[in-house]
Design a protein around this ligand. Structure first.
Ligand code: ACO
Length: 439
């Protein structure tokens, strides 16, 4: 294992394959402003974003020391200093049932339109998986622009999110009153509160990830985007003892047709107590002039549904997979989480890239903690066994996907009929996992 994940050198196998195409793979020096600026520009170009301003770059530059950013350069091309492909990655903690797991987060995967479909993304992704292994990370994780890209590298969808629109004038608030109070605050105060509340909420949410660098500031409106920042409003909830337990970041949108029928976007709602959750939603329901409140990237089992008279007035506008997980080291990954045990389960994992291939036996004690060993179970007859491709293992890992549904879909095989039911009993998270951010 490499001690300092961020200083892992370029992956030799990918560098050689790219070199055969006349391309050079390099890790970007975080202390080199020209190289980081060019990398950030290539990333923007890859996503068809506008060119970066100096202010954008100032926001992003806080990330470079926290990440391992890789560029692919076409030294014989029109712009040799500008990468034609980018990827970045960093170590990130994520919440699993009963604790945390170390992951390798991957982002900013782009290949310039001029260089697409020559296998460059494949080289980058396969090398990222090897780098994650070298960094001792049992899982690689990412969020995706398109759901069609990453399964081929062994990633499977592992959490789901919803967007919804609430007709607040007709839904009817049903929640019990709360003892604390709501206060409006400015951005700086909200950022300060967020530094404590977000990690606390994250640790209580299976499937959520720690947020570092510019992605944290962006939740409050990126400093570089003053127009967007000016629209954002911030309110906090403090309990009866004056302790801050919740924070909402929202934006009220114009409606030139009817000034008394505005809509509000809930961009972040973080609560570390149920009272805070209820109080903040009630606050949003009672905003004067606002007829519609929209929740973005919310959990699939929001308690909000139970806080209104008429839950049909909460219209789900989107339900989609959000977090994608790639298991690299099943023993470490499966031992990092707890189970609704006791019990035993064996998994036969098929991994074309070899990282997670094999049979793994999970022995769960009465407290739900597991001993995981590579190899067949000692008593194969009485042990349920699932045969899973590695992407399906990623889907099952956080406890958000149903082994029964995957078996019915033919995505996994049971050794004995009923093994998927037994597997679900151990693996399912009581609350569906939820990733509350993009990265
Ligand atoms: C975690 C993230 O950063 S998500 C963001 C992903 N990036 C984007 O959406 C930005 C715009 N798109 C791009 O930059 C590029 O099209 C990329 C990165 C998606 C693909 O780059 P390429 O270098 O063209 O991919 P590459 O040639 O290595 O193709 C690898 C495989 O993926 C497939 N593939 C490539 N792009 C796509 C796509 N958009 N949808 C589905 N499959 C794709 C290829 O067909 C190929 O399949 P195969 O190996 O099974 O035959």
């Amino acid at each position: 294992m490499h001690d300092d994940a961020l200083s892992i050198p370029v992956d030799a196998a990918a560098a050689a394959a790219l070199s055969a195409q006349g391309l050079r793979m390099a890790v970007v020096d975080p202390g080199d402003p020209a190289a980081t600026r060019a990398w950030a520009e290539a990333d923007a170009r890859g996503f068809h974003d506008p060119a970066r301003t100096d202010e954008d770059f100032a926001d992003l530059s806080e990330d470079f020391p926290l990440q391992r950013s890789v560029g692919i350069y076409d030294d014989g091309g029109a712009e040799p200093a500008m990468p034609i492909a980018t990827v970045t990655s960093w170590p990130a903690a994520m919440t699993v049932p009963g604790g945390e797991v170390d992951t390798w987060a991957i982002s900013a995967v782009t290949v310039a339109p001029s260089h697409r479909r020559r296998g460059i993304a494949r080289q980058m992704l396969e090398s990222e998986l090897r780098v994650a292994v070298a960094a001792g990370r049992p899982l690689a994780v990412l969020t995706v622009s398109e759901a069609t890209i990453y399964r081929r590298y062994g990633f499977g969808p592992a959490t789901w999110s919803t967007d919804f629109t609430v007709d607040v004038r007709r839904a009817g608030w049903l929640g019990a009153p709360t003892p604390g109070r709501i206060q409006l605050i400015g951005r700086d105060a909200a950022v300060e509160i967020g530094r404590t509340l977000l990690p606390e909420a994250r640790r209580a949410t299976v499937g959520d990830v720690e947020i570092v660098g510019h992605r944290f500031g962006r939740l409050f409106g990126a400093p570089s985007d003053s127009a967007e920042q000016r629209k954002r409003r911030f309110a906090r909830y403090e309990d009866a003892d004056g302790v801050v337990r919740g924070l909402v970041v929202y934006r009220v949108n114009e409606n030139p047709q009817d000034f008394s029928d505005l809509s509000a976007d809930v961009l972040q709602l973080v609560a570390t107590t149920d009272d805070a959750y209820r109080a903040l939603w009630q606050y949003l329901f009672e905003l004067d002039l606002v007829g519609e409140v929209k929740g973005w990237l919310r959990a699939v089992d929001e308690p909000l549904r139970w806080l209104v008279q008429d839950s049909r007035r909460i219209r789900t506008t989107e339900l989609r997979e959000h977090l994608w997980v790639r298991v690299l080291d099943p023993v470490t990954a499966l031992a990092a989480r707890s189970y609704a045990g006791p019990g035993r389960l064996a998994l036969r994992v098929e991994d074309p890239l070899g990282h997670a291939d094999g049979v793994f036996t999970i022995d769960v004690d009465a407290d739900g903690r597991a001993v995981v060993a590579a190899g067949e179970p000692s008593e194969p007859e009485g042990t349920p066994l699932l045969e899973v491709p590695v992407d399906v293992l990623g889907s099952l890992y956080f406890g958000g996907a149903s082994a029964v549904a995957l078996a019915r879909a033919g995505r996994l095989a049971e050794r004995t009929s009923g093994d998927a039911v037994l597997a679900d009993r151990l693996l399912r998270s009581p609350v569906p996992p939820a990733l509350m951010t993009w990265f």
